[in-house]
Write a protein that binds this ligand. Sequence first.
Ligand code: ADP
Length: 245
Amino acid sequence: MKGPGLYLDGVSVVFDGFRALNNLSLIVDPGELRAVIGPNGAGKTTMMDVITGKTRPTAGTVTFGEHDLTRMDEARIANLGIGRKFQKPTVFDALTVFENLELALKAPRDPWSCLRWKLENTARKRIEAVTEEIGLASRAGDPAAILSHGQRQWLEIGMLLMQDPDLLLVDEPVAGMTDQETEHTAALLRRIAGTRSVVVVEHDLEFVRALGSKVTVLHEGTLLSEGSIDTVQNDPRVIEVYLGR
Ligand code: ADP
C-alpha cells in the first residue's frame, strides 16, 4: 500500500527579512523516491524543517494526503507517519542491532491488540523483516558499536522503518560512506520507496544518479529545475549556479 502524497504550495520562510524559501511548490507522489539537491544555503534543510513542523512557513501551505501540516506541531506530524533521518546516526552503541530496532517499535495501545501482538510474536517478525530489508540480518546480534559507518546509517533507517512511515525524509545519507556502502544505500532507498514516499537531500551526484529518481534542484529558496538527473545536469541554469562552480 502506498501512503499519501506530499504537496508544498507556494511555501515561503522568512528569517529576519531573509528568504530561506521563496514561493516553493513541490509535489511528491505516493510511493515516489525524490532527490533534492542544491548548493549550500539553497533551502534544502529549511524545506525538510517545514515538512516536519520544525519551522513554520511564513506563507503557503504544506499538505500530506488530506492533512494540512501548515500549522500542525512536530509530534502530530510525526504521528501521521512522517519520519526523518538526520545526517548523524543516533543509534545506541551498547545495544545490538536487534535491540535498537526493538526500541524503535511502538506496541499497540489498547490491551487486547497488545496481547495479540505479543502472542503472535509480531515484534520479532517485524524486526526480522526490517533487518533483512536493511541488509543487516547477519549482524542482528552484534552491538551497534562495532558496525561500520554505513551499517549504522542503515540501522537508523531501519529504526525509522519500524514505525512504518508513509513518508521518509533522509538528510545526506551517504556522506562519509565507501563506494560499496553508497551503492547499498541507493538500492535500499529504491526498495523502501516502493511502498512509501522517500525524499532524499544529497550532495553526491553519483549517488543521486544511482537513485534513478526525479531530481529537484533548489537555489536561493526556489525551485530552479526538476527532472531526471540528466535533464537537470544539462539545464543551463543549473550549470550556472551549481554544477559549473
Ligand atoms: P541548505 O540546507 O540548502 O544548505 P538551509 O535551508 O540550511 O540551506 O538554509 C537556507 C538559508 O537560510 C541559509 O542562507 C541559512 O543561513 C538561512 N537560515 C536557515 N535557518 C535559519 C535560521 N534559523 N535563522 C536565520 N537564517 C537561517
